[in-house]
Design a protein around this ligand. Structure first.
Ligand code: SDX
Length: 431
């Protein structure tokens, strides 16, 4: 018998086996706890609870470490590209030239959406939230692609992954063009993933359009940095829906909805709104930080804090550097960046944030890069979803190819009313 933990409960002792990961993380396996003791554990927000073992992404929150399949995020953000990193996440290995070529060819082959899907797009009101459109259209896509391949068949799954990754881009760009009252752009076969997306977003029929390589590179890196993040809220949603053996489309559509929340992927929009409000109101940073520290104000410093990172989010560092480079190369001076840097300086020197280990997270500077690229604010979280899709696909596949996977079904402790007798409505009304 391997290492174990001993739990003493109401005079009884229970041996609970340990699960030790490849980075020496220790998990106490409580899968037999209720059968043995009648008790369950409670952990609101799952801050101390592992839902699974996984071999995809590793985070050390205390040290600010993030690795995809064992490769440090800094290395991938410097030397890789989004499609190569996506392949790594989904299939576990960096691709060979022929594997990468095959994956890219599938992305190009499957970049169009069925023409009938345009009617669904037309049905949304002009100001429909892009994340609502994205989630709905991914489920619509599932109506047109019913040949759901087996997750454990590499060749078939590569096609399914490429189809979804390619079309999410086409759907996102089409939803933006519709909201802007402009004709949808068809994808081009001669452009790679990120350049093609920018073409579909911004090109006009009556003039040549080629994105600045600096912009393409910045967005491609942004996608790499968002590609996976172990068991965050939206990925856990994708895994939970997938554990019921729902389709990849249904699981990803659910993940889009979870990511939309302002405490999660929606924070990149909330950061810009916060900075805009500070600039427009002229409120001093000291006053704003004081309101953040005053719980009654319910004001949060958006883009700060993280459930796992109790140090700098490594992605925030990389994005901040990329932000400086991009704005410098484009000759852009953005008051938002200046304000963000000043606010970061004030917060990082304030005991409230220091004591709570609150540092900038991935969302703090990402919006400023997207503004420089010309992405409209209401599309920021859609960008996050495009970047996160390969991670969702990889995590969904991990659930569906694990022979020991069971449907996720958490327990609870009931604290409601007990032993009540039914009172007929006539008596209730006269009471
Ligand atoms: C993402 O999980 C992931 O991996 C997510 C993500 C990914 O890649 O998938 O990294 C992407 O979602 C990044 C986070 C984006 N969200 C925000 O920037 C929103 C602002 N941040 C907070 O809402 C908060 O920090 C969370 C939601 C990110 C984390 O919340 P936790 O872990 O539940 O932390 P908590 O609320 O328990 O905070 C602990 C203390 C509290 O104060 P006390 O009760 O101890 O006095 O820190 C305070 C909180 O009030 N606090 C903040 C704060 N974040 C935490 N106070 C002010 N501003 C903040 N941003």
């Amino acid at each position: 018998m391997g290492e174990s933990a001993t739990l003493t409960l109401r005079g009884e002792s229970y041996e609970l086996p340990l699960v030790v990961g490849t980075k020496d993380e220790v998990g106490i396996d409580i899968s037999r706890l209720r059968a043995a003791s009648g008790a369950i554990t409670l952990d609101s927000g799952y801050g101390n609870t592992g839902a699974c073992t996984s071999s995809i992404t590793y985070i050390d929150g205390e040290k600010g470490v993030l690795e995809y399949r064992g490769y440090p995020i800094e290395v991938l953000a410097t030397h890789s590209n989004f499609i190569e990193t996506s392949y790594l996440l989904i299939f576990g290995e960096l691709p060979t030239t022929s594997q990468l070529t095959e994956f890219r060819q599938l992305l190009t082959k499957h970049q169009f959406i069925h023409e009938d899907m345009r009617h669904h797009l037309e049905g949304f009101p002009p100001n429909a939230p892009p994340m609502a459109i994205l989630s709905a259209m991914i489920n619509v896509l599932g109506c047109f692609e019913t040949d759901l391949s087996a997750a454990d068949d590499d060749a078939h799954f590569m096609k399914q992954a490429a189809r979804l990754m390619s079309k999410i881009r086409t759907i996102a760009a089409a939803s933006y063009r519709k909201s802007a009252g402009r004709a949808m752009n068809y994808p081009r076969a001669d452009l790679r993933y990120t350049a093609n997306f920018l073409h579909m977003m911004f090109s006009n029929p009556f003039e040549p359009f080629d994105s600045d390589p600096v912009i393409i590179d910045a967005l491609d890196r942004l996608f790499i940095l968002h590609a996976d993040h172990e068991q965050n809220c939206s990925t856990s949603t994708v895994r939970m829906v997938g554990s019921a053996q729902a389709s990849l489309h249904a699981s990803v559509a659910a993940g889009v909805c979870a990511l939309w929340g302002p405490l999660h992927g929606g924070a990149n929009v909330a950061v810009i709104e916060m900075l805009r409000q500070l600039i427009d109101s002229g409120q001093s940073l000291e006053d704003f930080v004081a309101s953040v520290k005053n719980k009654d104000s319910k004001t949060k410093l958006m883009g700060f804090g993280h459930r796992v990172y109790k140090n700098f989010d490594p992605r925030a560092r990389i994005i901040k550097e990329a932000c400086d480079r991009l704005l410098d190369k484009l000759g852009i001076s953005d008051p938002m960046l200046d304000m963000a840097m000043r606010l970061e300086e004030v917060a990082l020197n304030d005991s409230y944030f220091i004591e709570r280990n609150l540092y900038p997270n991935v969302d703090y500077y990402s919006g400023i890069i997207m503004r420089a690229i010309g992405i409209p604010t209401n599309m920021f979280t859609v960008m996050f979803a495009i970047g996160r899709l390969p991670g969702w696909i990889a995590q969904w596949r991990e659930v569906r190819t694990n022979p020991t996977s069971r449907i996720d079904r958490p327990r609870q402790i009931y604290t409601g009313a007990v032993d009540r007798s039914y009172t007929p409505i006539a008596k209730r009304d006269s009471a």
